[in-house]
Design a protein around this ligand. Structure first.
Ligand SMILES: [Zn+2]
Length: 305
């Protein structure tokens, strides 16, 4: 009995320990710890970060949604970083471009991030009619932190539910990005308050309208894998790919329902480089064919032609 009890205690403590152990707390060095949530830890460059309540609420609701659908109780931390200190804490500019480290850390911007200001600038040249729709969604000042921070935080948190179970390489970045998009849409759709879903839709529709006829330098999935760093550094090219992923994610969710999320996550884990090594395109296609039905495969193959 004592042995059993002891092993149970060891098992329980090792489980809870490992869930915290994956977090790289060195990423929080020099930041203020903020008492903003009971569900996850929050750090910031400001001792009193303004207007983060909605982001926190979104992340808490998204955590509940992901924990349930993926059968986890994920431990993670969220950083709110101002423009001046962005490059010290995030791995890629510009300030406010949401990102997630493999080791359990989501990095988000603060009010008026460079990303949000650039987005506002980009939309300022839209025709009157589109401008009205944008203002209706984002307010008269076009507050695009509502998209880049509040909405995309769900995307980054979705990535962490994959990273928690995989190594630092991903078999195909495009499939991980599709997964991130599916997570963000399904989570926002599960909220009673649909404003975040509305922000995603409005933003993606507008950018999609604006990019009609735009032929980015990189435009195939193969290039997305081979030229990823160049693409991520060219905002418009990366945004173009994200539009394709977002639209496919929406179609897949409406076709298959949210039950495709755990199935896709399982596939990402099983096909991870750490598990099966690097697969060439034929091997990867074969694995997709073994795991998904015809309808899903057709949609996956239609992403970028
Ligand atoms: Zn992503």
């Amino acid at each position: 009995m004592r042995t059993i009890l002891l092993s149970i205690i060891i098992l329980v403590s090792s489980c809870s320990k490992s869930s915290y152990e994956w977090i790289d707390y060195s990423k929080t060095d020099g930041l203020f710890k903020i008492d903003a949530s009971k569900k996850f830890e929050v750090f910031s460059t400001s001792p009193t970060p303004a207007s983060i309540e909605k982001t926190i609420k979104n992340l808490e609701q998204a955590k509940a949604f992901y924990d349930e659908i993926f059968n986890e109780n994920l431990v993670f931390v969220v950083l709110f970083i101002d423009n001046q200190n962005w490059n010290k804490y995030a791995f890629s500019p510009p300030p406010g471009m949401p990102q997630a480290y493999y080791e359990g850390v989501v990095v988000l911007g603060l009010n008026n991030s460079v990303m949000a200001l650039q987005g506002r600038e980009m939309f300022n040249h839209m025709p009157e009619e589109e401008m009205e729709a944008l203002k209706e969604s984002f307010g008269p000042e076009l507050n695009l932190d509502l998209f880049f921070r509040d909405a995309l935080s769900l995307h980054e948190l979705g990535h962490l539910y994959q990273f928690y179970k995989t190594g630092k390489g991903s078999q195909r970045r495009w499939l991980s990005e599709l997964f991130g998009n599916m997570c963000q849409i399904a989570a926002a759709d599960s909220f009673e308050d649909k404003s975040t879903l509305n922000h995603m839709e409005t933003y993606q529709n507008m950018v999609s309208k604006m990019s009609k006829g735009y032929k980015p330098p990189f435009n195939t999935l193969k290039q997305f894998e081979s030229n990823y760093l160049e693409i991520i550094q060219t905002g418009s090219n990366y945004g173009w790919y994200q539009i394709q992923f977002y639209q496919t994610a929406k179609k897949l969710l409406s076709l298959k329902g949210k039950s495709i999320l755990p199935k896709l996550r399982e596939f990402l884990i099983e096909s991870d480089v750490d598990n099966v090594g690097s697969l060439n395109d034929n091997e990867f296609d074969l694995l997709l064919e073994e795991n998904f039905d015809e309808e899903t495969l057709t949609l996956l193959h239609s992403i970028v032609k």
